[in-house]
Design a protein around this ligand. Structure first.
Ligand code: NDP
Length: 257
């Protein structure tokens, strides 16, 4: 009985940026919980390769793919409308796609600042607004914004990322302020340092790796599997009275100095 609380059978979920990385792992986790998944990315070849991989182990109809640029308002509207018309009612949206840009602030070009803010923050407004339009008509829906420990903690050389991820927490609250009374739950997760292909070089760097192990109360890197449970929870009925929260999944890094 308890497990039914987390059951997503028949629910349609879109994870932005699920052609690779964390988004792909979250999409797989939502599928394991029963969801019909819409994979997403900008690069159509990478997206198609992820779709083919998912299709190998899923019945037809459980996996779909939509390519659109999350920073382009018109493309987002068309993309969400396509999903609603061709896949069905979107019930779970995970705003995951994002980018990083590392440079000291004095050398930071405004174009790069704008690009990161647009990709990591404005996109969640654009995709959330269009998905929200449909969800509000039905009086239900779950939006999960993928934040970061940088939602709370700054680091040198990543100013626009820190600003965007901090903004994403308050966007989560702003969406809650307007939409919670109409049946939507909007929450976020804030992953700490996650061992992925992208961070393998940091894991292999003895000095950085020791810093992470010492700085993280759980004394280890996170894994993408660590993120799946909280996302399934926030996408399911088990979280129906959880509104506007950002859950830190960081082995305790953000609460201990
Ligand atoms: P990746 O770089 O592995 O993947 C990014 C995904 O976003 C890709 O699918 C990419 O599509 C898509 N994407 C990027 N820009 C756009 C765009 N303009 N339009 C459409 N799709 C786009 O990212 P990660 O898996 O590392 O990170 C995912 C999220 O998790 C991000 O929000 C990140 O900030 C957050 N995060 C990551 C951590 C980590 O340790 N990696 C830790 C904490 C948070 P395409 O393949 O077509 O380029």
């Amino acid at each position: 009985m308890g497990n039914r609380l987390f059951d997503l059978t028949g629910r349609i979920a879109l994870v932005t940026g699920s052609s690779r990385g964390i988004g792909k792992a979250l999409a797989a986790g939502l599928v394991d919980a029963g969801a019909t998944i819409v994979l997403h990315g900008a690069n159509t070849e990478r997206l198609e390769s992820a779709r083919a991989e998912f299709s190998d182990r899923l019945p037809a109809g459980r996996v779909h793919a939509a390519a659109f640029d999350i920073t382009d308002s018109k493309a987002v509207t068309d993309g969400i409308n396509w999903i609603e018309e061709n896949v069905g009612p979107l019930e779970v949206l995970v705003n995951n796609a994002g980018i990083q840009h590392r440079v000291p602030m004095l050398d930071l070009e405004v174009e790069d600042w704008d690009r990161v803010i647009r990709t990591d923050l404005t996109s969640a407004f654009l995709v959330g607004r269009e998905a929200g339009r449909h969800m509000l008509q039905r009086g239900s829906g779950k939006i999960i914004n993928i934040c970061s420990v940088q939602t709370d903690l700054a680091r040198p050389t990543i100013a626009p990322y820190v600003a965007a991820k901090g903004g994403l927490r308050n966007l989560t609250r702003a969406m809650t302020a307007e939409w919670a009374s109409q049946g939507l739950q909007i929450n976020g997760i804030a992953p700490g340092y996650i061992h992925t292909e992208m961070t393998q070089n940091l894991v292999d760097d003895d000095a950085f790796n020791s810093w992470i192990l010492g700085r993280t109360p759980a004394a280890r890197w996170g894994t993408v599997e660590d993120l799946v449970g909280p996302v399934v929870w926030l996408g399911s009925e088990a979280s129906n009275f959880v509104n506007g929260q950002v859950i830190f999944i960081d082995g305790g890094m953000s609460v201990v100095v």
